[in-house]
Design a protein around this ligand. Structure first.
Ligand code: NAP
Length: 290
């Protein structure tokens, strides 16, 4: 299959590599050409239009809806009879608006955002959530399975975007709640491991706590040091984007979101501390001053 891929960032690189390794004829485009260097195989396009023209299907793994406008719609005439599979994290309304633009240009559109990060993208074990019509899902399932063994059809376009934002709201809320508790425990001089032993036995425990503990404060020295936010799989700036998208979508659904607004303030503070590109566990530093 001839596939175009727009957005070779942290996630796009391992995902594009899997498509090449599975034998697809891939044409890739990235705004910053240097990021294409680690990709083995595939053809490099010098513009998004070139990648689209060389393909039957175009996969998007771009930051946000504005990046999609800048690339996919730089020349909408190229979209006739192409299928666009949008895999980044955007809002339900944004996804539906992009679908309408693609359809108006004579193309087809489905959304397939993913849960999981770089390790899962490399191993093909992402959780792929699909917003599409059943026949679109059946048609593109073999391609989606390259990223995760069991893509889930959730409903029409918008439904998978909503589920993805709901999951990322949990990432922000759980991580900031854990950081605050960890902060009080350490301020009181209680052994972190004693706190963790109780937490792990309780119904409150989430596996992400231990994963992020290693970066926030590492009593067992699994990493080299405390507050180690280097080599992010998912940077703070993207979690901030997703929490903002969640708040907007939840407010238009009539939900009360003051708890999530608190998470947004924490992320805003982390960004103000210069931690936009750091791993999102850096929100610990916004809650617990050094
Ligand atoms: N990282 C994760 O763990 C993870 C997991 C699931 C979903 N996601 C979502 O997947 C998407 C991509 O994430 P990522 O971590 O791969 O992000 P990333 O490393 O920041 O990559 C973003 C990509 O978008 C491109 N881009 C941004 N603005 C652009 C513009 N105006 N014009 C053209 N290209 C533009 C970037 O190009 P340049 O290289 O030129 O900047 C880059 O290729 C995001 O929506 C993110 O929320 C991420």
């Amino acid at each position: 299959m001839k596939i175009g891929f727009l957005g070779i960032g942290l996630m796009g690189l391992p995902m594009a590599q899997r498509l090449v390794d599975a034998g697809h004829l891939l044409t890739v485009y990235n705004r910053t050409a240097a990021k294409l260097e680690p990709l083995t195989g595939g053809t490099i396009a010098h513009s998004p239009q070139e990648a689209i023209a060389n393909s039957d299907c175009v996969i998007l793994m771009l930051t946000d809806a504005s990046a999609i406008q800048d690339t996919l719609f730089s020349d909408a005439s190229k979209l006739t009879e192409k299928t666009v599979i949008q895999m980044g994290t955007i809002a339900p309304l944004e996804s539906q608006a992009i679908r309408d633009q693609v359809v108006a240009a004579g193309g087809d559109y489905l959304e397939a955002p993913v849960l999981g990060s770089i390790p899962e993208a490399r191993s093909g074990s992402l959780i792929v959530m699909v917003g599409a019509e059943p026949q679109q899902y059946d048609r593109w399932l073999p391609v989606l399975k390259i990223f995760g063994s069991d893509p889930v059809l959730l409903g029409s376009v918008g439904s998978a975007a909503a589920v993805k934002l709901s999951l990322n709201q949990l990432i922000g809320s759980l991580t900031s709640a854990f950081a605050a508790s960890l902060g009080l425990v350490t301020a009181q001089g209680v052994e972190v491991e004693a706190f963790m032993k109780i937490l792990r036995q309780s119904a409150l425990y989430a596996p992400t706590f231990d994963k992020k503990l290693q970066r926030m404060c590492d009593p067992l020295r699994v990493t080299r040091r405390d507050r180690d936010y280097s080599n992010p799989n998912f940077p703070t700036k993207h979690l901030q984007k997703d929490i903002n998208l969640f708040i907007t979508a939840a407010q238009s659904a009539g939900l009360e979101v003051s708890n999530v607004e608190g998470v947004r303030q924490v992320l805003d503070r982390a960004i103000a501390l210069g931690l936009a590109e750091a791993d999102y566990s850096a929100l610990f530093s916004a809650i617990v001053p050094e």
